[in-house]
Ligand binder design. Structure first.
Ligand code: MZP
Length: 511
């Protein structure tokens, strides 16, 4: 007969943290969020750390180039999805590594003959109010001028006029020459009181734009995750089918960490992949394994040369229907608690510390906090990042609200059969394990993440913790009853203003 576990499968929202002593001088802004992504304690310690404990999911609707750049600039790491051809994935890794902080390629461009109405539509669809005007409308065409939303009045000007009639012509545009340093570019912006500086090559072709807001963003978030050559860090997902070809291409492109993207990583298929990478590349490559939901799964993946970090979670993802479709999975809190306990015991036994990533199902900021208190070294999120400006999907207006498409890797749309087909003879998706959906736009990643991390830091202060290791050690959690959840919300009051966080729909009003 099957064995039935004694404990109930529990979720994060069933727990609350009990405050511990906060000592004088402890402040949210002093809390250190640095966390390991690579196994610690082996002879060849790689000590690959990330500066904030968040990574973005290996998903088409999440980890594209722009999001990977934006997240690394905030100190986190993205795993570029592997449900695409090897060369396109490697190219995305290359683009992140080649990103020159502060210099961006323009993604909204016009020609002088376009009408103001057309340029307004362009500004609305890209959300950018500064548009370079080039001879061919491309991002690298000869620069003829700049048009911004301040150059025309929607209700006063004739919108059938051309861009050429309203733009600032090139001769009057403050610009930089290719080769200019970021510091010099920012000095020009400062001196001329400009928001945007186009940079042109010797032929007058546009090569990049430098924005004042990026400078301000950098000053506010000096946490960028950089490699030894000061390039942004980026991770890449791999699967158990084509790792022999994919891994060499991704490493050659400069990927800083690899991660198996599998709904169930407790398999000999994954072990074969890990073994192959270790045999061919040794211990220097950072490899994430998973997903698992039990101590047994953890023990399997750390055997032999083993993985660097382990992802925990099956069936909890916001777009996931694996539990309904196959009856497999476990409440995310229960899974994380069991694996974390095993990780700590394994550390005591072997001196080897394996970071754990809680993957999927984080429905609000408090659940992120609880996951980190329960033992996760960092969390992986899909929906959270899909709601940001930088996710790779287009903004879509539905009934006057702005949304972004978000779909699971187990959908017919993603066609990521490699993620789900361990042990199956078929090389196609027979049934879906995910859904195709929309999420409300929340705003720029830097702003969204700043709020989340501030909440995390302030909870850590409540628990008297100065870093994530202390947070895990000192955390005391209590199970909550349904009635105490009700008590935790507002009661017997009428609210005129809802907070911005609820208004922006980030959490689907579930906060
Ligand atoms: P969430 O942050 O949207 O709740 O969950 C993201 C996680 O869900 C991913 O990191 C991955 O582990 C998982 N995922 C991705 N696609 C599917 C699916 O189609 C899925 N079922 O479960």
């Amino acid at each position: 007969m099957a064995k039935i576990l004694d404990d109930i499968s529990r979720t994060f929202s069933e727990y609350l943290l009990i405050p511990r002593l906060t000592r004088k001088g402890q402040r949210a802004d002093l809390v250190d969020l640095r966390t390991p992504l690579a196994a610690l304690g082996k002879s060849s310690d790689k000590r690959f750390h990330i500066n904030v404990p968040v990574v973005s999911a290996c998903m088409q609707a999440v980890s594209g180039t722009s999001l990977s750049i934006a997240l690394a600039r905030q100190g986190g790491l993205s795993f570029i999805f592997c449900s695409q051809a090897i060369d396109t994935q490697a190219e995305m890794v290359r683009q992140v590594k080649a990103h020159k902080a502060g210099f961006v390629q323009s993604d909204s461009n016009a020609t002088a003959s376009m009408t103001l109405e057309e340029v307004m539509t362009l500004m609305a669809s890209t959300g950018h109010s500064t548009v370079p005007v080039t001879h061919d409308g491309s991002a690298t065409g000869k620069l003829e001028g700049i048009i911004t939303d301040k150059d025309f009045w929607v209700y006063e000007d004739d919108l059938s006029h051309t861009v050429g009639e309203h733009m600032t012509p090139f001769k009057d545009v403050i610009h930089g020459e290719e080769g200019i340093s970021l510091r010099e570019a920012n000095e020009l912006l400062h001196r001329h009181k400009k928001d945007c500086l186009p940079v042109v090559d010797t032929q007058g072709h546009l090569s990049a734009l430098v924005f004042k807001k990026d400078y301000e963003d950098h000053r506010r978030h000096p946490n960028e995750l950089l490699d030894a050559s000061k390039r942004l860090c980026v991770g890449a997902a791999i699967n158990t089918h084509d790792f022999r070809e994919r891994v060499p291409a991704l490493l050659a492109a400069g990927a800083d960490a690899l991660c198996f993207d599998s709904s169930d990583g407790f398999t000999e298929y994954q072990m074969e992949g890990i073994q192959w990478i270790r045999d061919n590349y040794g211990d220097d490559v950072v490899i994430g394994g998973g997903n698992v939901v039990s101590a047994e799964g953890f023990d399997y993946l750390v055997q032999g040369p083993g993985v660097d970090f382990i992802k925990v979670g099956i069936g909890g993802g916001s777009i996931c229907i694996t539990r309904e479709q196959k009856g497999v999975g476990r409440g995310q809190a229960s899974a994380l608690l069991e694996v974390s306990e095993r990780r700590d015991a394994y550390f005591k036994e072997t001196g080897r510390y394996i970071p754990i990533c809680s993957d999927g199902g984080l429905g609000n900021d408090t659940q992120i906090v609880v996951a980190l208190a329960m033992g996760a070294d960092f969390v992986m999120m899909g929906r959270y990042f899909a709601t940001t400006e930088e996710s790779p999907t287009p903004k879509t207006s539905i009934n006057g609200q702005v949304y972004k498409p978000y779909w699971g890797e187990g959908t017919l749309r993603a066609q990521n059969w490699q993620r789900y087909s361990e042990g199956m003879s078929t090389r196609k998706m027979v049934f879906e394990e995910g859904v195709d959906a929309f999420v409300p736009l929340a705003g720029p990643l830097a702003e969204v993440l700043e709020t989340t991390l501030f909440k995390l830091r302030s909870t850590m202060v409540n628990v008297g913790a100065e870093n994530l290791e202390q947070f895990r050690e000192q955390a005391i959690l209590t199970l909550v009853s349904e009635q105490s959840v009700v008590e935790g919300g507002t009661s017997s009051v009428f609210q005129f203003n809802r907070s911005r966080e609820i208004d922006d729909g980030r959490w689907g009003n579930s906060n």
